[in-house]
Design a protein around this ligand. Structure first.
Ligand code: C5P
Length: 237
């Protein structure tokens, strides 16, 4: 069953350890104002039932579990995620084109209801030292570019990337490729543990399609007000 989608590019990261804290926040949000992201911590604690609960509240849910395994296992996991009714899910591009193609085929069985399938390239927490340690003779930027190319070849809809990588990837991958970017902070806010941050406006101007925003919204006194402020600012660019 299709439902009206929000026009907001904001995906709120639900980085909570319990259902109670998650629902407390979600009840202050509205599916017409944002989408939601469920990652490994929350999923491991609360499981598919919570994901279904969010879907049933009419939110578009990005299930951020970054699958990476043999192609058949990843395909079956993606199929299970699609059955939950999620809007978006992801795999690791490092799993290779065969794995990504198997995942794409698995989710596309859901036809027009198929979730968007994207890939994580080279994690922003890993830099040159991590490439060197693995004997990979390349730079993080080349790695991101190469993995994004593989993702497109496998027919996936886009990648998760840092806002810093967005201009390069937008040019390389064309207009239709989705770029989903975390590391977003409001101009006047704390950076928390994020090192390189950009504002929502800058990220969109640089080519992002969706913005993953956690603490600036989830830890705010009035999360809905912050969300509306971001949406209003973005409507004016
Ligand atoms: O609270 P904050 O806005 O920093 O949350 C960002 C979200 O995006 C978290 O769920 C984090 O795991 C995720 N993320 C990230 N950097 C990446 C990939 C994902 O911050 N490179």
């Amino acid at each position: 069953m299709s439902r009206p989608q929000t026009t907001s590019p904001v995906i709120v990261a639900l980085d909570f350890p319990s259902e109670q804290e998650t629902i407390q926040l979600v009840e202050r949000l509205d599916p017409s104002l944002c989408r939601l992201k469920v990652g490994k911590e929350l999923f491991t604690r609360c499981g598919p039932a919570l994901v279904k609960q969010l879907v049933d509240k009419d939110f578009d849910v990005f299930l951020d579990l970054k699958y990476h395994d043999i192609p058949n296992t990843v395909a079956r996991a993606c199929e299970a995620a699609a059955d939950l009714g999620v809007w978006m899910l992801n795999v690791h591009a490092l799993g290779g084109e065969k794995m990504m193609s198997a995942a794409r085929e698995a989710v596309s069985r859901n036809g027009t209801e198929a979730p968007l399938l994207i890939a994580v390239t080279w994690l922003t927490s890993s830099g040159q030292a991590e490439l060197d340690a693995r004997g990979l003779n390349t730079t993080p930027q080349q790695m991101v570019s190469r993995l994004a190319g593989m993702t497109q070849n496998a027919g996936l809809a886009g990648v998760v990337c840092s806002a810093q990588e967005a201009p390069m990837l937008r040019e390389q991958m064309g207009e239709d490729f989705l770029l989903v970017t975390p590391g977003i902070r409001l101009a006047d806010a704390e950076k928390d543990d994020q090192c390189r941050v950009v504002t929502p406006e800058k990220a969109m101007q640089d080519g992002s399609s969706y913005l993953v925003i956690g603490r600036p919204i989830t830890q705010a006194d009035d999360p809905c007000q912050v969300l509306q402020r971001i949406n209003n600012d973005l409507a004016n660019i």
